[in-house]
Design a protein around this ligand. Structure first.
Ligand code: 5AD
Ligand code: SF4
Length: 440
């Protein structure tokens, strides 16, 4: 975040939880507050206002925030003028419970209320200020998210979700689907390219459901690929049922659109998929994987898996492991089912014990490690163009970047290997999570 504009500007410390959409929303929040004359603080101790941008997807995410609020309440007791605010999905999800339990809160703002934040902070001087109205038209299209530097930037192209999967709280906390105007999106992407961004990630809760008048997501990918200076385009997260031929063709034919797709499957059992209201069967999902792999050479696939959804028995779970073996994902995010209030599955119950959920999660993780390691081993000796991002986390003079498939490449630093350049990299050894080698 930029440093405060003047020593007298009130300073805001913003902490972000959850998905990439929240990270992008926090950048929008930063712009709103900077425009209103606030400065930013990099530590809670230096701030006049502390905001937590929260996630409600699983119980665990909410517990973390409640615990953090407990810590911050101490700061507030020592400095009563400090204002404490809760933003995002959790604010929307269980505001009454939060207000009852967190008397330290001065303001609560849902994902469609960020334009009013300066006003809410102001009003919080008197009473807790609350705005959790969902707005079918709010897209923040005119507010450029403050880019935090680096070679990659995230651009929100649609907000909300209309799918209502039985387990998921997102449609309730983020509201109805709405797509941003393609012209303002292209303006934003051009501005990011001018700031040195090389890779753009298009974001949306069901990003491939994007539609603005005649422009569908396939056309949007093609438009983004026309922007000079942008080298790579990715997107997340699509829904399998919205993966049209137009999108697959755009990925296959636009060299700037990277061969990498996150295709959340959730379960490998038709019975569970139906109970989850996912809108596809295992056979339909596998046919999509087939279509994608035929059209896009070298495509990497990743997924999301939920274990222990209500009613999941051993056979259903075995079917998920089978599907993982059949597809052979490059990576997978797996989660224990967490019952969410307001969702359709809330009333069904939670039949799988915590112990069984834990054991199933471990089995999914172990199988995925095995599959990813096998897939990465097959790449030894291959050469990939790697977009260089900076020093590797492990240090020791090593640098890191990403292959087109979004695999992490780690290699010894070299003088010509500047941040933001793309250079050929040869794979010499691998783990399940990264490729080690040298610039070719
Ligand atoms: N419990 C567990 N995981 C969930 N997800 C969404 N809702 C829940 C829930 N109630 C997972 C899904 C989704 C990812 C973002 O989070 O796998 O794709
Ligand atoms: Fe949630 Fe389903 Fe929408 Fe994804 S598509 S955000 S899982 S309701």
């Amino acid at each position: 975040m930029p440093e405060p504009q003047s020593p007298r500007a009130r300073r805001v410390y913003l902490e972000t939880y959850g998905c990439q959409m929240n990270v992008a929303d926090s950048q929008t929040v930063t712009t709103v507050l900077l425009n209103a004359g606030y400065g930013t603080a990099s530590r809670p101790e230096d701030a006049d206002v502390i905001l937590l941008n929260t996630c409600a997807i699983r119980d665990h995410a909410e517990e973390r925030v409640l615990k953090r609020l407990g810590d911050l309440a101490h700061l507030k007791r020592a400095r009563p003028k400090l204002k404490l605010g809760l933003l995002g999905c959790m604010a929307q999800h269980n505001r009454s419970a939060i207000l009852q339990n967190a008397s330290c809160l001065d303001l609560v703002a849902g994902p469609d209320s960020y334009r009013r934040l300066p006003e809410l902070i102001e009003h919080a001087s008197f009473d807790p200020a609350i705005d959790v109205r969902l707005d079918r038209s709010e897209t923040y299209a005119d507010i450029s998210a403050a880019h935090s530097g680096g070679v990659r930037a995230y651009v929100t192209v649609m907000r909300g979700c209309d799918r209502f999967c039985a387990f998921c709280v997102v449609p309730y906390v983020r509201g109805r689907e709405r797509s941003l105007n393609p012209q303002s999106l292209m303006r934003e992407i051009r501005a990011l390219a001018a700031q040195g961004v090389r890779e753009i990630v298009l974001l949306g809760q069901t990003v491939n459901a994007y539609r603005h008048c005649e422009i569908d997501f396939g056309s949007l990918l093609r438009m983004a690929a026309q922007v000079d200076g942008v080298e790579r385009i990715r997107f997340t997260s699509p829904h399998p049922s919205d993966m049209s031929d137009s999108i697959i063709e755009a990925i296959a034919s636009e060299p700037k659109v990277m061969p990498q797709i996150h295709l959340p499957v959730q379960s490998g059992s038709d019975r569970m998929l139906a109970a989850m209201d996912r809108g596809y069967t295992v056979a339909e999902y596998l046919a999509l994987v087939d279509r994608v792999r035929r059209a896009i050479s070298g495509v990497a696939l990743s997924t999301d898996i939920i274990v222990g959804f209500h009613g999941e028995d051993d056979r259903d779970f075995e079917a998920t492991l089978d599907l993982m073996r059949t597809v052979g994902y490059d990576s997978a995010f797996s989660f224990k089912y967490s019952v969410r209030e307001h969702t359709r599955a809330f009333k069904l119950g939670d039949s799988v014990s915590e112990t069984v959920k834990g054991a199933r999660l471990q089995a999914v993780i172990a199988l995925q490690e095995e599959i990813a390691l096998r897939r990465n081993r097959a790449l030894v000796g291959d050469v990939f163009p790697v977009l260089i991002e900076g020093p590797a986390r492990r240090g020791g003079g090593m640098m890191a970047g990403k292959t087109p498939q979004f695999k992490t490449a780690i290699f010894p630093a070299r003088e010509d290997a500047a941040l933001g350049t793309t250079l050929p990299f040869r794979v010499e050894s691998v783990t399940a999570h990264s490729l080690m080698g040298s610039l070719a």
